[in-house]
Design a protein around this ligand. Structure first.
Ligand code: SF4
Ligand code: SF4
Length: 297
């Protein structure tokens, strides 16, 4: 349910009706109020969406009611305590265990009998493969630790998560994840894996300036069409290689003027949609100075 569209009781009906029609189903098993934060929580209350969830469960259109979440622990606790949720979905990975709901939120929800689904266990691909910062890849290589397996095993090592949504987009990733889960369980993460993940976590925190997960939620709101996640990705990678390579500036130069950071008119609309609470216009100013300064244009 896109809660940002809800203003009053009854606003939910056309969304659920369309969703059921498109799915060709009479019931949705797991139904989420999507992307809750402090602001959207007010929409939920104003539109009486909790009573609406009860009613749709009673009618049989929804089997289990939950919410996905992007804000801090205090907001998370307020939402958890406000309703008899069946499940919730949080962003959680070894590099961000203490932001948003975090480990505290995971354990709190679990202690109340609420199923917790984990999203972004590899942070939009940033914790693995070619997208991973070279310094972090090096730490994994030097210690012969697999970045995907250890990141997923770090989550499965804990008793609270009910399910991990690993964001697979290729068939080989499905196979890889199935192989990894066979050796994953609570308490099986090795000391070496734990140490390397801690080192990588420290490295990331010291070296990645903008914590953008590339979710793209900000994109539709921008009146001029700034390609925010692309711009942030280029900037992050440029700084992670200490500005030594020309690839990222070259990629940036290839973007349309309307897509670049300097096209931002500082309206601030995108900020409201960012689940990572990134001050997007402020960062765009820095990116423009860095990548569109005299040396690089
Ligand atoms: S602040 Fe800049 S990037 Fe954000 S919506 Fe406005 S113009 Fe687009
Ligand atoms: S800036 Fe925020 S909303 Fe936009 S892609 Fe990055 S994390 Fe998502």
């Amino acid at each position: 349910m896109p809660v940002w569209e809800l203003e009053k009781p009854g606003d939910q009906a056309p969304f659920l009706r369309t969703q059921l029609e498109r799915l060709g189903m009479e019931q949705i098993d797991f139904y989420l109020l999507h992307s809750l934060n402090a602001r959207y929580w007010q929409n939920v209350l104003r539109s009486e969406s909790l009573a609406w969830l009860d009613e749709e469960k009673r009618r049989g259109h929804i089997r289990f009611a939950g919410f996905s979440f992007h804000d801090d622990f205090d907001v998370f606790k307020t939402i958890i305590d406000a309703y008899d949720w069946d499940f919730c979905q949080i962003q959680y990975n070894y590099a961000q265990h203490d932001i948003q709901a975090g480990t505290r939120g995971l354990q709190y929800a679990h202690s109340k009998g609420i199923g917790v689904s984990i999203m972004e266990p590899l942070f939009g691909g940033f914790l693995t493969g070619p997208q991973m910062p070279p310094g972090a890849s090096q730490l994994f290589e030097e210690n012969s630790v697999n970045p995907v397996a250890s990141a997923l095993r770090w989550i499965w090592n804990q008793p609270e998560p009910a399910v991990v949504l690993s964001g697979m987009s290729e068939k080989y990733q499905v196979k890889e994840n199935l192989r990894i889960v066979e050796s994953a369980d609570v308490g099986v993460l090795t000391q070496r894996e734990r140490q390397v993940l801690e080192q990588v976590c420290s490295y990331m925190r010291e070296n990645v300036p903008i914590p953008c997960s590339k979710c793209g939620y900000c994109l539709k709101s921008c009146p001029v069409g700034v390609k925010i996640p692309v711009v942030f990705d280029i900037f992050n990678k440029h700084l992670l290689v200490d500005r030594k390579h020309t690839l990222q500036p070259a990629l940036y130069r290839g973007m349309l003027p309307s897509e670049k950071a300097s096209a931002c008119i500082q309206c601030g609309v995108c900020k409201k949609h960012c689940p990572q609470s990134i001050d997007i216009p402020a960062w765009l100013e820095k990116v423009a100075a860095e990548l569109e300064g005299e040396k690089l244009t």
